[in-house]
Design a protein around this ligand. Sequence first.
Ligand SMILES: *Cc1c(COP(=O)(O)O)cnc(C)c1O
Length: 410
Amino acid sequence: MAKDGQKKERSDDEGSSKDEPERKAPGFETMAIHAGESDEEHYRAVVPPIYHTSTYKLEEVGKFHGYDYSRSGNPTRAMLERKLACLEEAKYGLAFSSGMAAVNAVVALLESGAHVVSEENVYGGTHRLLSKVYPKYKIDLTWVDATDLSKVEKAIKKETKLLWIETPTNPLLKILDIEALAKIAHANKVLLVVDNTFSSPYLQRPIEHGADIVVHSTTKYIGGHSDFIGGAVVTSNDQAYLDMAYYQNAAGAVPSPNDCYMAARSLKTLALRMRQHCFNAKKIAEFLDGDSRVKKVYYPGLPDHPGHELAKKQMDDFGGIITFEVNGDHETTKAFVSELHYFALAVSLGAVESLIAHPASMTHASLTGGEKQKIGIKDNMVRISVGIEEVEDLIQDLDIALTKTIGTRK
Ligand SMILES: *Cc1c(COP(=O)(O)O)cnc(C)c1O
């Protein structure tokens, strides 16, 4: 297995002798372009090649050059894993064939009899895995509203091994305090896992705030173009890394070299895309916030959002996702969505094009009516993933659809 070179590798680590002026640590944008890549191999090609191979020739029996079989390791995947680790300020990265495969690799660290405390408003697929699949293996679960730290403390028991959160949450965009939750977790010998998909490493690096394991659906902002499914886990915990790397090879949910290349290529423009997503989302949130046709806007960048101050502390900006309630019933909401021109009605998020979803019937359809009500998912609620189109076009699109279904802006 080729897990060498996994350690944080910054492009300028080598080659600086005593006579050379000291270079400061590279910024995010610089790492996104250069980290994890090496021009010593591959004929010094500026762009690393895609290693489309399943297997590797041994020199002789027992002697191989780092890689033996592409489920166990592949140079294109290793390049992506190093780049992701670097951007998340972590020691190790592991890439998977989907975000759910990455989530599963973390949950599979547990032995039967273990207990998980999870934020109740997590991604629908994570909710399904924890509540429908793992109970079969006697892995017990308690949902909590993790904005209330005392509820988290109360939910932890001696069998608890993982504290699972997302921040901002999906689709309510609650902001959870990573640092405070890490303290609670560590005081109880529990690992804090943060699904960082909504923020991307450009906006938030949970390891810096004490998280033990970070999960991504690279399908979303990291991929950024809605053209592949992928996932990743990063960590600086040696044992968790070894166990998950073992599981990655044992269970085999690995991404293709091509998808790894696409993810690594997309990371190079992550900063540029995120800045535009955040800029557009802020303008749209402000437009919606002052509109009587909209009942409520959930966006951490708005000063009256309950997590605004915390988001300012742990994130570099407020992200590209906005959830809002249409001022009307389910039928009005459906009509509004179908009048949109640029916002495609689709699950997923984080890509260059704008999307709109109806969480109650789409992303969170696997929750029961009672569960939806308890966490606050309503029938008149829509979630938009703001793309990087010209923001005035997006605002006009929303305005026209609202005018057609409810009336003119007041
Ligand atoms: C999409 C998503 C996942 C699952 O990722 P897939 O790539 O669809 O398997 C997990 N967590 C969050 C927050 C997501 O948005």
